[in-house]
Design a protein around this ligand. Structure first.
Ligand code: S3P
Length: 196
């Protein structure tokens, strides 16, 4: 794990305010949940866990294989089970698959036991990123950009229920992780001014 780069005590104050609760990253495919999540975890001195990777380990196959062999419904129930287990773990940063927060039970669990961060990105940014890899079964359509746009339209009103929203864009992951940390501090830590 990388050394914690912050000297200003923000990470320690956020950790104390979290009291062990997971920080859960939500957002579309290509939003940077895994890369930014890893960076945030290193900054906080926490373990990063990726729900997609956990599902793959539990199933003994890749996500495209799960979709192909068992179908999306089976993937979604496995995803909800895996996240319910992970939400019970202390001191983690959890990256979730893009569809996870659309499940009402998963949303309720995250709301009650964790702090959620929506990494929000626009269609152009997401599409440029997902084009680089072909591992997203939902985008294996005749018009992947149109599919991505439809998913954005369906999901963004629900993602907006997250505790914190941070704009994901093409800047170093370090900057986005720092913005998340600042937003967590603002949300979780009562300042002298708040108390007066
Ligand atoms: C999905 C996103 C993927 C993965 C699966 C379905 C979705 O995860 O869980 O392909 O429904 O948006 P990422 O968001 O990490 O790509």
């Amino acid at each position: 794990m990388e050394p914690r780069p912050l000297a200003d005590g923000a990470a320690d104050a956020v950790l104390a305010a979290l009291g062990g609760r997971p920080v859960v990253l939500i957002g579309m495919m290509g939003a940077g949940k895994t890369t930014v999540g890893r960076r945030l975890a290193a900054t906080l001195g926490r373990r990063f866990v990726d729900s997609d990777a956990e599902i793959e380990t539990a199933a003994g196959m890749s996500i495209p294989e799960i979709f192909e062999i068992h179908g999306e419904a089976e993937f979604r129930s496995g995803e909800a089970r895996v996240i319910a287990r992970l939400i019970g773990e202390a001191d983690i940063v959890l990256g979730t698959g893009g569809g996870a927060f659309m499940n009402a039970d998963t949303r309720a669990l995250i709301r009650d036991a964790a702090v959620s961060v929506w990494l929000k990105a626009d269609l152009d940014t997401l599409f440029a990123r997902v084009l680089r890899r072909s591992n997203r079964p939902l985008l294996k359509t005749a018009d992947p950009r149109g599919t991505l746009r439809e998913l954005i339209d369906q999901r963004y009103p629900v993602y907006a229920e997250a505790d914190i929203t941070v704009e994901s864009r093409d800047v170093p992951h370090e900057s986005i992780a720092r913005e998340i940390l600042d937003a967590l501090a603002k949300r979780l830590i009562r300042t002298e001014n708040d108390r007066n």
